[in-house]
Each structure stands twice: as C-alpha cells, then as structure tokens.
Write a protein that binds this ligand. Structure first.
Ligand SMILES: *[C@@H]1O[C@H](CO)[C@@H](O)[C@H](O)[C@H]1NC(C)=O
Ligand SMILES: *[C@@H]1O[C@H](CO)[C@@H](O)[C@H](O)[C@H]1NC(C)=O
Length: 660
C-alpha cells in the first residue's frame, strides 16, 4: 500500500511538472506535437503518444493512459506494429522503409510518410514495390490512422503477392480479452498455452487442444485462429481489452473499398498472441484462385486503408468496463464510417469525397417460373469492381470494390466511388447465379450516374420439380452437427456460429457410419438431413474413401423428349470433384463431372462457404422414369478429410413449359 502510494505520488508530481512546463511555454496539451530524432519519431496529442522507429517505419510504441506501451515491449522493434507482405512462395517482407517525410504538421494534425523506392539490386530479396507507409495523428482522437500506398512500375519484375496486412502484437500480460462482435468475445488463452506441454496439436498445426493452460477455465477447449474469421462486410472492428487497466485496443476499418474478393471474402481478425490484424489481401477461403499475380512489367498502384488504431479506457472501478469499452469502440466506428472518405489525408492517391462519384439504380428479378411479375431484389448485394466476368469479383485481388445492399424495393446507391472503370455486379438472396451489367462504367470526379432499372434473369430452364436449400451462397441452412464434447471452443456458443467448431467434418463418419447420406424429397428436411459438407468417409486413422450421396424423388410424368436441368450451386470446394449420375450409379462415365475444383479450404478453416460456383446440368428426359428416381452425387477425391465441397442449393427443373 505504502509503495503504491509513493509511486502514485511520484507519477502525479512529474505530471504536474510537465503540465506547468507546457503552460509556461504556451503549449496546449491538446495540440498535436511531433518530435523527430535520428532513431525515433514521436507524435503526441495529449491522449496518445505514438512512437515510430526512424526510418524503418515500424510502430514500436503507443503510450496510453497509464500504459507505457500497449504493444509488447519484449518484442523486437520490427515485431510490434508492422506491415508485411507474403510473396512468391514463402518470401516475407516487413516493408522496412528508408526515409521519413513530414507531410503535414499543424497543431491539429500530423501526417508522416515512411518511404522506400525499390532498387533492382534487391531483385528477389525485397518485394518489388515502392512503398509509402503513412501515419496520421489528429487532435482529439485517441489513436493513430494508418494507410499504405504501394506501387509497381513498368520495369518491375513479376511477383505473386499473396498476403498484405498490418499486424499488432499487444502486451501479453495485459491484453487477455478479445472482442470481434457482440457475441464473439471472451478471455483468450495465452500464446504459451499453445506450446508443447500445455496443448496438443490437432489435425493441423493451427488448431490445438488446451490441455494445461495458465487459465484453468480454458482447459479442454480448442483454439484455432481461423475460428475467428469474418466476412469482409462484417470485418470492421476487432481488438482486445486489458482488464487490469480497463483499456481497449481496436482496429477500425470504416470501408471495404481496398479489400479484395468482395463482401463475402472471409479473413482473419484477432487471435491468440495477443495479435490484432488488419487484413487487406490474402488467399484465405479462396485459395490461389484469387488473382494476386503481377506479371513482369505490370504497373499497379493501390492505397490500403486508412484504418484507425483506436484506444479507449473506462474507469477501473467499473465492473462493466468490457461492455463500456466495446460500446465506445462501436460508437467511434460509426463516427469513422460517417466521415468516410476521410477528408484529412494528404496523399493525392486517396481521393476525397468531392473527387469521387456515385451510381444509383434499381435491381429487379425476372423469373417467370416463380412470379409472372418482375420481383424486387430486396437486400441484394450490388457492387462496382474491376471489369470481368459475372462473379469475377470473388477472385479479384488487385483493384478497388464498392458494395452496397439494395433496399426493400431493390434500389441502390453506391457512394464514394473512386474514379476508374468498373463493371456493375450483383447477386440476390433466393436466386441462383450472378448478375453483371454489360456496360463499362467510368466514374469521374463528382459523377452521379443514374442507371435505368436493371433486370436480373437468373439461370432457369423450366419449372421447379424440387429444391434443396436456399440460394444464399452458404451452407449455413443445412445440418451442422454438434461439436465433439472434447473439442469445443466456447467462443462460438451462439447458434449462428456453430459452424466454427473444430472437427465437425469427422461427424459425418459418425452419423453415416454404415452407409452414405440419402435424401428423400418430400420427407427429408434439409436442415436436419443434409450434412453441411460433402466430405469423404473416414475409415481408420489416416484413410478416407469417397462418398456418394443420393437424392430420391418421384416424378409423376416424364417428358422423354424434353430437357431437364439440374441446377447445382456450390458454396465451397477444395481439391474436390463431384460426379453426377441419374438413376444409373454404375455407368462407365458419369453424366456430369465438375472435374477437380477449388482450393478454398473452407472445411478445416471453419468457414461456411468459400467461392461460389453454379453448374446448370442438362439432362435428356429419357434418363428419367415415371415413379421413383435417384440422383447420385459422388465426391470422388478422398486423400484426406478436407477434400470436400459444400453445396449451396440444388434444384431439378422440368422441361420448358412457358410459351413466350
Ligand atoms: C471533414 O469532415 C468532417 C467530418 O465529416 C467535417 O466535420 C469537416 O467539416 C470536414 N472538413 C472539411 C475541410 O471538409
Ligand atoms: C425442418 O427442420 C427444422 C429444424 O428442426 C425445423 O425448424 C423446420 O420446421 C423443419 N421444416 C419442415 C418443413 O418440417
């Protein structure tokens, strides 16, 4: 008690001295101040003090309230707050820079740029990019904005840039509580809990069973960073709380324009470390189908960010401090979203609001087998992305994308679009396939483009004979089993997050022990009788074998000369192949095969979808018979449990019965 009191007094008196000094020298403590030395750059606004190594541009310290550094002091300077890129196989570059430039310095704002120009002498050694890492501290904001401007020139060599992100390693003995959403938050294991002697690795190294964690309450739980992934559209806020200090550390991403792969691309957030990530580019949940390869001579420039690193605090007496900090972080996030695009950045590569354009319109759907009238595409996703095929935005990894959702009557307004050439894409809940407007849309500064009513004509050849699932690009509506009691991660207790549990894939072999899944149209219920993933069957510890699912259904009439269509929408695929047979499971060649598809790894990474694919499979009427029929779906690949597909939706259509 005595020691604490004297410590308190000494801190208190230094602070008084400091204030007196500032006052005597007419310095307002709320001004933003910059101090540059040979080794360090310090920016301070009276709320936070941000220290960046000079000239590497590594963020090495954030002082906030009583915390001298919210980042892990024991880590090397390059391993606290940094950008990194994984490129060309397993090369790794932390974007260490060579110079610092003061871009703006007023009492209200400081913007710095840490820069490096690529030198061909470093061919093969450093990522071929010219780099600017920008930091901004503003008056009154307890945090630091970060953005990066990366550029390839025409004489740069080829490079595959698989992953681009900012990572933070927080003070390990302080930040124990992680929060990603209203429901996904909890006290986390510590990094030493994941090492040998304290945990057991499971089927892959990212997943461990905590056998002897420092916090006994976590014993018997699974930890895997992929359980905390989120879709881009929801990945706006993630961070950690130090209960001891009642301090929160948050990454805020007010816009997705600089992320890749569209609104449904999933990525990492925060995980044991304590680590907090801001992911911009990755192959997670897409595999290398996402296009991140740059040819020799391919010029490119892109702005990633800004994102805000935000600190907040509650009174330490507050029992409720976690809730207070989380709610305050959400409040600040809405402010950031409101003020997007930021008007305080200085790079000409980040256009402000008046330099951007917008596109308005209304999306209707025409499917005369569902409704004779045009239907309003309610809550459809509509976006502008670089020109390509319909659905190319899922694999688009280089440009900017701007997405919104339509209102009740299908109207949309895509705001704050950067100048450039785009295509307009959409997909609507409840309808298969993907819309693309056959028109290049050129956005110029200040443009306001009004599109006519757009009509989406989803793939459809005839009336629905039966259907399984909901066209929503996920397998979430299907049967998701309970996790093994010995492999639970309690962070995903919430029903909608059940798919995040470890080991669900092996449940298939438990449930369908003797024979594979058979679904009977009319009596089966897809939420109970359709397993969420078509996985191989486990036979013994390391062996698997292919599985064949059957769909049984009755046809009252068959039009022998008509053409039927099986619409098969797939929500995820990894090294998988689905062969489709109609009534004859043993014919030499399948009626249809997807061939080998996918690398999205959605099954082991606890995603409920990866990349979307649609197959419209035509079948001549003579393949069917009056009365009972069976479709056989064989997933032929079975090297391991993760060679699998997830279906989104399956529909059998009869021959065309509408006269135009
Ligand atoms: C910048 O944006 C903020 C918040 O949206 C606004 O209050 C402010 O007036 C803007 N400043 C300028 C110079 O446009
Ligand atoms: C299918 O099963 C789900 C989950 O048990 C249930 O909520 C739903 O009502 C069932 N649907 C039908 C048509 O029986």
């Amino acid at each position: 008690m005595v020691i604490q009191l004297s410590l308190f007094l000494s801190v208190f008196s230094t602070e008084i001295h400091a204030r007196k000094f500032l006052k005597d020298n007419h310095i307002n403590t709320n001004d933003v101040r910059l101090h540059i030395s040979d080794r360090l750059v310090v920016i301070d606004n009276g709320l936070v003090e941000v220290t960046i190594e000079n000239p590497s541009g590594y963020l090495i310290g954030i002082k906030y309230k009583k915390m001298q550094n919210v980042l892990e002091r024991r880590n090397h300077n390059s391993n606290r707050g940094y950008w990194d890129i994984v490129w060309d196989g397993n090369s790794y570059d932390k974007l260490e820079t060579k110079h610092v430039e003061v871009i703006t310095q007023t009492n209200d704002i400081v913007e710095l740029s840490f820069t490096k120009t690529w030198n061909s002498k470093n061919h093969g050694k450093t990522i071929p990019l010219n780099i600017q890492k920008r930091y901004i501290v503003r008056r009154g904001i307890s945090g630091v904005y970060m953005y990066g401007i990366f550029e390839r020139q025409e004489d740069f060599p080829k490079a595959h840039m698989y992953q681009i992100r900012i990572a933070f390693k927080l003070k390990e003995d302080k930040f124990r509580f992680m929060a990603l959403s209203d429901t996904i938050q909890r006290v986390m294991p510590r990094s030493e809990d994941r090492v040998k002697g304290h945990s057991k690795p499971l089927d892959f190294k990212e997943a461990v069973l905590l056998t002897n964690p420092s916090n006994p309450k976590l014993k018997g739980e699974v930890d895997d960073k992929y359980q905390y992934s989120t879709e881009n559209k929801d990945n706006k806020l993630n961070g950690w709380i130090s209960d001891h200090d009642s301090v929160g550390f948050w990454i805020m991403t007010p816009s997705n324009e600089f992320r890749t792969g569209g609104p449904h691309k999933q990525d990492l957030t925060s995980h044991v470390g304590p680590t907090a990530l801001s992911m911009f580019v990755s192959t997670h949940y897409t595999g290398t189908e996402i296009n991140t390869f740059y040819k020799e001579g391919e010029a490119w420039k892109k702005v990633f960010g800004p994102v805000l690193i935000y600190l907040n605090s509650a009174s330490s007496k507050d029992d409720d401090h976690r809730k207070i900090l989380w709610n305050d972080a959400k409040r600040q996030l809405s402010e950031e979203i409101e003020s997007w695009p930021y008007n305080f950045t200085q790079s000409e590569d980040f256009p402000h609001s008046q330099q951007r354009g917008q596109v308005n319109g209304q999306l209707l759907v025409q499917d005369r087998y569902m409704d004779k009238q045009l239907m309003q595409a309610k809550s459809a996703f509509v976006g502008l992305a670089p020109p390509g095929e319909a659905d190319s935005w899922q694999k688009e990894g280089k440009g900017y994308q701007f997405w919104t959702q339509t209102d009740e009557i299908g109207r949309f307004n895509i705001k704050n679009v950067r100048p450039g050439v785009y295509n307009l894409y959409a997909w609507a809940h409840g309808f298969i396939g993907s819309y693309k407007l056959d028109l290049d849309i050129t956005i110029l500064p200040g443009n306001k483009i009004e599109l006519d009513t757009l009509i989406y004509d989803p793939p459809r050849n005839g009336p629905t004979l039966w259907e399984i699932g909901i066209p929503d690009r996920t397998a979430a509506e299907f049967f998701i089993p309970e996790p093994y009691p010995q492999y639970v991660n309690s962070i995903t207790n919430d029903g909608a997050d059940k798919f995040r549990q470890y080991g669900l894939w092996d449940r298939y072999s438990d449930i369908y022990r003797d024979s594979d899944l058979v679904y009977t149209v009319g009596t089966s219920n897809y939420s109970k009788d359709w397993f969420f993933a078509h996985v191989p069957r486990k036979i013994g510890d390391d062996r698997c074998r292919p599985t064949t699912w059957q769909i049984k259904y009755n046809l009252q009439d068959v039009n022998n000369r008509g053409t039927y269509t099986l619409q098969m929408a797939i929500a995820a695929a990894s090294f998988a192949e689905v062969e489709v047979q109609f009534n004859d499971p043993n014919s030499d060649r399948p009626h249809f095969t997807t061939k080998r598809i996918g690398y999205d790894n959605a099954v082991p990474r606890h995603g409920i979808h990866g990349l979307y694919r649609l197959y419209s499979i035509e079948v001549p009427g003579y393949r069917f018979r009056k009365g009972s029929n069976t479709i056989y779906l064989t997933q032929t690949r079975s090297d391991n449990s993760f060679e699998a597909v997830m279906y989104d939706y399956i529909r059998l259509e009869g021959p065309n019965s509408l006269n135009n």
